[in-house]
Structure formats: C-alpha cells, structure tokens
Design a protein around this ligand. Structure first.
Ligand code: SAH
Length: 423
C-alpha cells in the first residue's frame, strides 16, 4: 500500500514537472560525467539533440543520450548552454526560489552573519553580507548582497534576470519588513540584447533606505546605484579584520582602496597613519566620508589620494610605510589576458617589496578567477626574487564564508591573498 502511494505520488510529480518544463536537451554520448558529479554547467559542445525550441532564459530539462533525466536549469546561447538549478525533477516556481533563498540564509546564520536580524545586536556587529553567491549557493548567475535594510541583486544570466521579480518576492517573504528596498543592478552584467535594455531599477521600495551599514562594528555608507559592482566589496571582511590586528603603530598604505574598508580597520587597529589611494574620485569621496563616519575627530591621521596606484607607488620614498595593502581589480577577466595579468601582478608586488620598510608586512591579493592560487603565488615569488628581499609567507587568504565554494565547482574560488613579512 505504502509503495503504491509512493509510486502514484512520483508519477504525479513527474507529470506536474513536465507541465513546467517543455524543452528537453539530450547530451551527446558519454557527456554526462561532470553533471553526474554535480558540476553546474552544461557546455554547448556536450549538447546533442534538442526537443522543442528553447528561448533565452527558459528552464530546460537535461537528459542523457538514452533519455535519463540528469538536471534542469536556465538555457542560454553561448559556451555555457545550461546553468543547473536542480538535479531533481521539480518545478522552478515560487516555492523553489523561497526554498533556495531560505537555505542561503541558513548558511549565513550558521556563520554568525545575520546578527542584524536579532532584536538585540551584539557589539560590534555586522549588518551586511552576501546572501547568494551564484554557484556557491546552487544558483548560478545570481548574486544578492544585503546592506542592512537593502538587498542588491545582480543577474549574470538571462534566466535569472527573467526570474528577478519572483526572486524579489521570495526575498520579501523571508525578510518581511526588515527589507525596505530591493535594487536590481544587472544592466552592467548583461548586454542590452540580453536584458532588452532594461536599466537598473528598484524592484521594491517602501521607504528610504538607510544607505549605511555596519561591518564588524565599522560604519560604511554604501552607494549601490552608482558604486562599483553591487556597491561594496563584502569579500574582504575577514581579511580586513587581519589588517586591524597588524596595524598597531604602523604606517599604512592602502592601494586600490575603493570605499576604504582596509583603511578604517587599520585606523581602528591603532595605525600611526593611513594613506588611501584609488584612481576613482568617487571612491576617494566615499573613503573620506567613511573615515569621518567612524572617526569624526579631525586629529585622525588619514589622507587620501586620487591617483594611479602604480605611479603613486613608484614615487613612494623607501621605508615610508611598514604595512601595505594591494587589492587591485581583476587584472584578467578571461584566459586570453592571463599572461599580461601575471606580469602586472609581478610589477605591482615588485614595486611594493622594493619600497616597504624592513620588518614590513604586505597584504597582496588577486580577485581574477582565471588566475589560480599557484599562478598568483608564482607571480609574488618572482616579485620577491626581483626585489632581492628576504620574504616569508605569514598567511594565505581567501574569500569569506558568505562567498562559499561549491565543492563540485572549484572555479568559484576566486579570491587569493598572501600576507608576507619583508625583512
Ligand atoms: N580594496 C577595496 C576593493 C578594491 S576594488 C575594498 O576593500 O573595498 C579595486 C579598486 O581599484 C576600485 O576602487 C578601482 O577604482 C581601483 N582602481 C582600478 N584601477 C586603478 C589604478 N590603476 N590605480 C588605482 N586604483 C585603481
């Protein structure tokens, strides 16, 4: 009796599922290996027969060449043809999005990042975190960052973009009135053809957002409308904390400072002086504002410079600083740019190692996905050798827990950092 009802339920579910998914893709023979190991992408070269006419962003079912169901996901023309949403036969409906976002929030709760949702915040607390990190949360093509009472969504696939309102509704179900705005910032990540020229816009807005948040007790103003990426780099939270630990009594140079995250932590950690450098005038205005928010006393020893980091570094007097932070933008966005990117990392690190005071510490990073940990370490090794200094690695850094790496998708591990001691 029990098995009979289970069988009926399964048949019902499969029929229900077929109502939602009309297009079926059949893989070429022996091309299902990586999907069976839960890798979330189907490459165009693996696709054989297509049953139906898939439109960009449709949810499609993927089968082996013999017809066994393997996965379902968003279809898009290009080298990645399907981004997998589920390895189970289930409809991608409102309950799918709600369940996926609840799971994402559970992970952040487990990491102690959702303190701002508690009635009494601990002190110092954090009110900003990444809620959805694409493949790391089994939602390829979707980024959602939470900035206190605001969620900023960024879609990297047409399927996610088409689902943005359903995703916003699921966010509201989970957060309720603790969210006052949801902003879609996908215009820069999708081409005009892909998003029909839809500009960045509010998907939900009931009140004016605070526009300010707290990270480990430090206050930050955030500008998601005009700022870079979703408005703030949440991925350096843990590494900033380490800078705070090393900063006491040191003279700090923070290159590529953007909103001044590392600078605030260095000042909070007791740095003697902090100089922040960025080529963007807007970034420098944000740094100055954020320094003022946290240290209104004008006696604070902070100066900011709108300048090219490499030029600034070349003019630095040797021994002027004994703590440097190098956090450049991704030098390589694709494999073709890898060689030049590695040369650029080498030049930047050589310049820093050549000028830092004896006993100084350099925090050096690469956020280029195509640069592996080994590539980056080799570039830093070459820089060390050229500078002729004795250099030891103190810490090997990466992205924080709210940027999880799906073990079946190692490409998701993009942030690499080394903390080195320079004699
Ligand atoms: N460290 C920052 C994030 C850095 S993002 C943080 O903790 O938030 C990279 C920054 O480098 C951006 O703000 C960008 O404006 C800046 N940038 C890009 N090219 C630059 C250059 N040649 N010189 C100085 N800054 C540069």
């Amino acid at each position: 009796m029990y098995y009979c009802s289970l069988f009926i339920a399964k048949r019902y579910l499969c029929r229900y599922f077929r109502l939602f998914v009309v297009v079926q893709l059949f893989l070429k023979k022996e091309r299902e290996e990586s999907l069976l190991r839960f890798h979330p992408w189907v490459f165009s070269g693996a696709v054989g027969q297509v049953k139906g006419t898939p439109q960009e962003g449709d949810v499609v079912a993927v089968h082996t060449h013999t017809g066994d169901f393997v996965a379902l996901g968003h279809y898009q023309q290009g080298s990645i043809t399907v981004r997998v949403l589920s390895f189970e036969q289930r409809p991608v409906d409102d309950s799918f999005w709600e369940e996926a976002l609840r799971k994402a929030l559970m992970l952040r709760e487990a990491c102690g990042l959702t303190q701002h949702l508690l009635p009494f915040h601990p002190s110092p607390f954090t009110s900003c975190y990444r809620l959805v990190h694409g493949e790391g949360d089994f939602l390829p093509g979707l980024i959602i960052d939470i900035y206190a009472d605001t969620a900023v969504m960024q879609c990297h696939s047409i399927g996610m973009f088409r689902a943005r309102q359903n995703i916003a509704d699921a966010l509201l179900k989970i957060y309720g009135n603790r969210l006052v705005t949801i902003f879609d910032k996908s215009a820069g990540t999708l081409s005009c053809k892909e998003n029909d020229g839809v500009p960045d816009s509010y998907l939900y807005r009931v009140a004016n957002p605070a526009g300010e948040m707290v990270e480990n007790g430090y206050r930050f103003a955030v500008d998601w409308e005009m700022g870079q990426k979703t408005g703030f780099f949440l991925d350096q939270r843990d590494n900033r904390k380490l800078v705070e630990l090393y900063a006491n009594g040191r003279s700090v140079l923070n290159l590529f400072c953007y909103t001044g995250g590392f600078s605030l932590y260095a000042l909070g950690g007791g740095a003697k002086l902090v100089h922040s450098v960025d080529s963007s005038q807007k970034a420098i205005s944000l740094v100055n504002h954020n320094v003022y928010l946290n240290h209104p006393a004008s006696t604070i020893n902070h100066q900011s410079y709108t300048a090219d980091a490499m030029k600034f570094l070349r003019d630095v007097e040797p021994n002027a600083y004994d703590l440097m932070i190098l956090d450049p933008p991704a030098f390589a966005k694709h494999k073709g740019a890898l060689h030049n990117a590695l040369q650029a990392y080498k030049r930047l690190n050589t310049a820093a190692f050549s000028r830092i005071a004896p006993g100084g510490i350099v925090f050096t990073f690469s956020c280029s996905q195509v640069v592996t940990k080994v590539d980056f370490r080799n570039a830093v090794f070459s820089a060390a050798a050229i500078s002729g200094r004795r250099i030891r690695i103190l810490h090997q850094l990466t992205q924080p827990a709210d940027h999880p790496v799906n073990i079946y998708h190692p490409e998701g591990e993009y942030l690499k950092g080394l903390v080195v001691y320079v004699e």
